[in-house]
Design a protein around this ligand. Structure first.
Ligand SMILES: Cc1cc2nc3c(=O)[nH]c(=O)nc-3n(C[C@H](O)[C@H](O)[C@H](O)COP(=O)(O)O)c2cc1C
Length: 202
């Protein structure tokens, strides 16, 4: 059993999404005491953006790549290997300007690779990262869940589903900028939901 935790807050300390993601991982660890846990903090190790040089590296045949292109592709390969090996993926995701942090988008751009993590067949697209469970801890300053401003939930379900990960469980802590009382109560509610979900379900 391999658990991979991805922290995508830009904060390396005091991050609310990281704290909730770590709680999910701790609960999973209780259930799977022998699990190997891999922690990837994108604020500490930001993944490079998918710029023109990256696309050129990816689309250059392996044996024709320059040393720089080999090194760039190897960075994406490492993230792909990490998620391929994971049975459970836990993400901490704050809302930044109505979307996922750019740090997380770079990670997603790295792991979505045609022919490796998804492929197109005569039946349409097929995700190749199958048999995995995804847990997401979402934190927001305002209130967005089940409203048009929450495009993140649909986006994450779409991209994970596209890659073959259809079992996605989300936990929300919202209104964290609305004052101490509301914020503390939202965190407590999310923690209780995590306790209940991971004690009784996979
Ligand atoms: C750069 C930035 C942009 C943010 N944009 C939004 C936003 O669009 N909507 C919102 O509700 N909260 C927004 N927030 C508040 C964060 O979503 C909230 O504070 C979250 O808990 C931060 O998570 P973290 O503690 O893991 O970094 C933003 C915060 C930052 C730092």
């Amino acid at each position: 059993m391999n658990i991979l935790q991805i922290n995508s807050s830009a904060r390396t300390a005091g991050s609310q999404s990281t704290q909730l993601a770590s709680k999910i991982t701790a609960k999973l660890h209780e259930r799977h005491p022998h699990a190997k846990i891999t922690m990837r903090d994108l604020a500490i190790n930001p993944h490079p953006f998918q710029d023109e040089a990256t696309l050129q590296a990816l689309f250059t045949p392996k044996d024709k790549r320059s040393p720089e292109q080999i090194a760039r592709v190897a960075r994406d390969d490492a993230l792909i290997a990490e998620i391929q090996e994971a049975d459970i993926i836990v993400l901490g995701v704050p809302m930044y300007n109505f979307g996922v942090p750019a740090l997380l988008k770079s990670w997603i751009d790295a792991i979505a690779r045609a022919g490796v993590t998804f492929r197109y067949s005569k039946n349409g697209p097929e995700g190749l990262l199958t048999g995995k469970m995804v847990y997401v801890a979402m934190t927001r300053g305002g209130l967005h869940k089940d409203t048009p401003s929450d495009t993140m939930t649909q986006y994450l379900k779409t991209i994970f589903g596209f890659l073959g990960m259809n079992e996605v469980r989300m936990f929300f802590a919202e209104g964290l900028a609305l004052g101490k009382e509301d914020s503390e109560s939202a965190i407590r509610k999310a923690q209780a939901e995590i306790d209940a979900a991971i004690t009784w379900k996979r």
